[in-house]
Design a protein around this ligand. Structure first.
Ligand code: FEO
Length: 394
């Protein structure tokens, strides 16, 4: 039995649970995914978002626990990416007279382009009365696509926030306080780092709009609904969307014969010696999406690669390509490129160029090491890191 869950009087969760999805666009979803959709039983029966297409049966079955899906009057499409709109054609077929709303411009255009379905455009601040309730739309472009918007229900004081405030976390327990808070905050951070981070400025504007609302719940389209810890997730979004960093260092590397690894260990230990918490990450042992989670609030990021066939190692290149795609344009974090070589220091130089393109603040040139670092070389490396920290603290 696929149950609908009443999250507030006459407001039902009718989404899908994707227990075994382990990858979303290169992002590992070790805890699975949910596609949250919500049904409001007002004079106009309203569905907010749908599910990935392969979950349309689950969606329809859950709606049918509450009402005949053919009676749906209104469908709000907060976001047309297919994890939320993939079942829209199924709902449109079952309830062909239901009026579909999407953001003006990008939203209606995408609904038409993806499904050949006409939607009614809404702008930020537009309202829709569905009976007892009035819904207000706030556009949140680029959180995560140009079409994104959120919908606020006044009677319920629920913000249906779509991708914003989401977590990839499959669970039958719908609320934050029913789940392990550490785990959902960890997943919320991973989600932010891998989905929303490039659009922090836009996300911050959306956050400002949200702050003025009376909120009993934030109901995202992925993961748990926030009701007991709204303050905590808003506080985190405030920090993340303003690119606040902590006094911590992430040292990411790969190595062939341990020379670059020796440098990485020395750099990591040098940060620790200066009272900065540091994490040493071998790219072979961690997924790039987990590295991003560590990296997004770290003030210092050191990346190292030896030289292989006149290039950096492909593992490091893969990480840097992913990171550069996600890095915000106004990144002010402090970067350090390093690595070893035998006869041409091309690998570490490429690392430096990638950090430069990602807009890192690079206080020293690339640090290269021919063959194996000596004790003296490592001592010089330690002194360089110490100087970087002292300058950053000045
Ligand atoms: Fe959850 Fe941008 O889709």
């Amino acid at each position: 039995m696929l149950n609908a869950i009443e999250i507030s009087p006459k407001v039902w969760w009718v989404g899908g649970i994707d227990w075994n999805e382990r990858l979303f666009h290169g992002y590992t979803t070790e805890a699975g995914i949910t596609y949250n959709a919500y049904l409001i039983m007002d004079e106009k029966i309203t569905l907010i978002d749908t599910c990935k297409a392969t979950f349309s049966n689950e969606l329809v079955q859950r709606i049918s626990q509450v009402v005949d899906p053919a009676k749906i009057d209104v469908v709000i499409t907060n976001h047309v990416e297919m994890d939320h709109s993939g079942s829209l054609p199924v709902i449109h077929k079952i309830a062909p007279n239901a009026q579909i709303y999407a953001s003006a411009g990008a939203g209606v255009n995408e609904v038409k382009a993806h499904f050949g379905i006409e939607a009614t455009p809404v702008k930020s601040g537009d309202t829709l009365n569905i009976g007892e309730r009035t819904l207000t739309f706030v556009t949140t472009p680029m959180v995560h696509w140009p079409d994104n918007m959120v919908t606020y229900s006044d009677v319920d004081q629920i913000l249906f926030s779509n991708d914003a405030f989401g977590q990839h976390y499959a669970t039958t327990k719908r609320f934050d306080d029913e789940n392990d808070l550490c785990e959902i905050m960890k997943q919320a951070k991973k989600y932010y780092a891998n989905i929303v981070w490039p659009y922090g400025m836009q996300a911050h504007k959306a956050l400002e709009a949200v702050k003025g609302l009376e909120l009993k719940m934030i109901a995202p389209s992925h993961g748990c609904i926030w009701r007991s810890h709204i303050d905590k997730i808003l506080e985190k979004y405030e920090a993340w969307t303003t690119y606040q960093t902590e006094e911590k260092a992430v040292v990411v590397f790969d190595s062939m014969w341990h020379s670059t690894e020796m440098m990485a260990r020395e750099i990591c230990d040098s940060f620790i010696a200066e009272g900065i918490s540091a994490k040493l990450i071998d790219v072979k042992a961690s997924h790039i999406s987990d590295i991003m989670t560590d990296l997004c609030d770290a003030r210092y990021v050191a990346v190292g690669s030896p030289t292989l066939n006149s290039n950096m190692l492909p593992t490091v290149a893969s990480f840097l390509t992913y990171m550069r795609g996600l890095s915000p344009k106004n990144d002010q974090r402090i970067g350090l490129a390093f690595g070893s070589y035998g006869w041409a220091p091309l690998g570490p130089k490429q690392v430096y160029e990638e950090l430069e393109k990602a807009k890192f603040n690079l206080p020293v040139p690339v640090i290269t090491q021919q063959w194996i670092p000596s004790e003296e070389n490592l001592a010089e490396l330690q002194a360089t890191v110490k100087k970087i920290i002292e300058d950053a603290r000045a």
